[in-house]
Design a protein around this ligand. Structure first.
Ligand code: GLC
Length: 425
């Protein structure tokens, strides 16, 4: 009897063992529709591959918090998560925790993707992650309100935006006390690094640390535009903007309470959804340029990739799932339903995609010319470099410091952190 029981238990263990080996857990984002889209994609994989179970683990919205969670899994060398959605700025910092996808079939598909992103994701010849979607900062503007106040197009410069937002806000306040001119990402987190890099780069102030390793942030053009941004807080932007992430900005905007918003493309399809108060009355344009000589619009390059953990018990299956999720058909669904930018170049010529999200065509240049954060030059210390930058900018936004002092101190901090030289952008 005892023996039979033991044999049975063993058989059950073996069966369960093989079942659990067929279970893949993916850690994904949940900003906007990301979670729902990932779940639907996982279901399609499961339908086509009976016997495989995919768990979709939802992770914190703010990139820094998500990184914190991932680092806990990595530190424990946990096999709990097989596939991670990783930020475009992380391959250099996190490379050691991922398998080389070139060894798991990515070689055949990688050429379909934007070469710059593939290069970004390749560390020491190893493909750390397959590109999933790309991102670039955009200006969302209310077409109805621009018309109502006699403006014939979106602002070309940040000072034009300031003026237009002031006029529209003043007018709208008469009937809507909750109305604001401009919402954006001002919390002390990675999102602020993205917004502030756009201000600085658009004002010909460089990109914090240049690709050659020169620390360039302490310059007059950067100081000027960060001071301008600080002047928005509590005037055309709510004082609480210094606590906003992407979703906070989108919620205020989508309720019809803002004239302008800086956000990523994902806010487009949600803005046109049935629940949105601004459906059909907004459009997107490149972000404004700075007023400095040589200023021109700049969008920060964002985006997310799928990497397979080195600690996964089933890297082969995990890689198959990752490559499936990043495939043409799947990226197409995400583009059409979620306005998430494909990383597969041919999708920018796909008629269904262009019909659903016309600006993928009209603003194509914005996506391919987006400004990279200094993650490659500073790896594996990018997270600290970025934190130093966003904390410093945040202290200016909250009025704790003048930009001139803040950027001078930041320069010293970055010198300490990286050992790099300082110089002009
Ligand atoms: C978006 C971008 C990502 C960036 C983040 C900051 O998710 O795709 O690259 O780090 O926003 O909030």
């Amino acid at each position: 009897m005892k023996r039979t029981f033991t044999a049975l238990a063993l058989a059950v263990t073996l069966v369960l063992g093989s079942v659990s080996a067929q279970t893949i857990t993916i850690a994904t984002g949940a900003v906007g529709q990301e979670l729902e889209l990932a779940q639907a994609a996982a279901q399609r994989y499961m339908d086509a591959n009976p016997g495989v179970t995919i768990n979709v683990l939802d992770t914190p919205d703010m990139a820094d918090d998500r990184l914190g969670l991932y680092l806990q899994f990595f530190q424990a060398q946990s096999s709990q998560v097989d596939v991670y959605q990783i930020d475009v700025i992380w391959p250099g910092d996190l490379a050691v925790h991922f398998v080389d996808l070139f060894e798991y079939g990515a070689r055949d598909v990688v050429d379909e993707h934007f070469p710059a992103i593939v290069e970004n994701n390749t560390v020491d010849g190893q493909l750390i992650a397959i590109p999933w979607f790309t991102d670039a900062g955009l200006l969302y503007y209310r077409t109805d309100l621009l018309e109502k106040y006699g403006f014939d197009g979106p602002p070309a410069t940040w000072s034009e935006l300031t003026e237009m937002a002031t006029v529209i806000q003043e007018g709208e306040r008469a009937s809507n006390p909750d109305f604001w001119g401009f919402v954006w990402q001002g919390n002390a987190y990675e999102g602020l690094t993205c917004d502030a890099l756009e201000w600085v780069a658009s004002n010909d102030g460089g990109s914090i640390i240049e690709p050659d390793g020169t620390i360039s942030i302490n310059n007059a053009n950067a100081v000027e535009v960060i001071d301008l941004a600080a002047s928005w807080v509590g005037t055309i932007s709510p004082a609480g903007v210094t606590g906003f992430d992407e979703e906070a900005a989108r919620n205020l905007w989508q309720a019809g309470n803002a004239a302008f918003m800086r956000n990523w493309p994902y806010a487009y399809s949600l803005g046109n959804s049935a629940e949105s108060a601004v459906a059909g009355v907004f459009d997107v344009s490149p972000l404004p340029a700075g007023d400095a000589m040589g200023g021109s619009p700049a969008a920060t390059l964002g985006g997310w990739q799928l990497g397979v953990s080195r600690y996964s018990e089933n890297p082969e299956l995990a890689a198959d799932v990752a490559l499936f999720l990043a495939s043409y058909d799947e990226q197409k669904i995400r583009a059409v339903e979620g306005s998430l930018n494909p990383t597969i170049m041919a999708l920018y010529e796909d008629e269904d995609v262009l019909e659903a999200v016309p600006f993928f065509g009209s603003l194509y240049d914005v996506f391919i010319n987006a400004v990279a954060r200094p993650s490659t030059a500073t790896a594996p210390n990018y997270a600290q470099v970025s934190a130093a930058f966003f904390r410093s900018v945040h202290s200016v936004l909250t009025g704790a410091e003048e930009a001139e002092t803040a950027m001078a101190l930041l320069e010293l901090e970055l010198e300490d952190l990286t050992g790099f030289p300082t110089g002009q952008p």
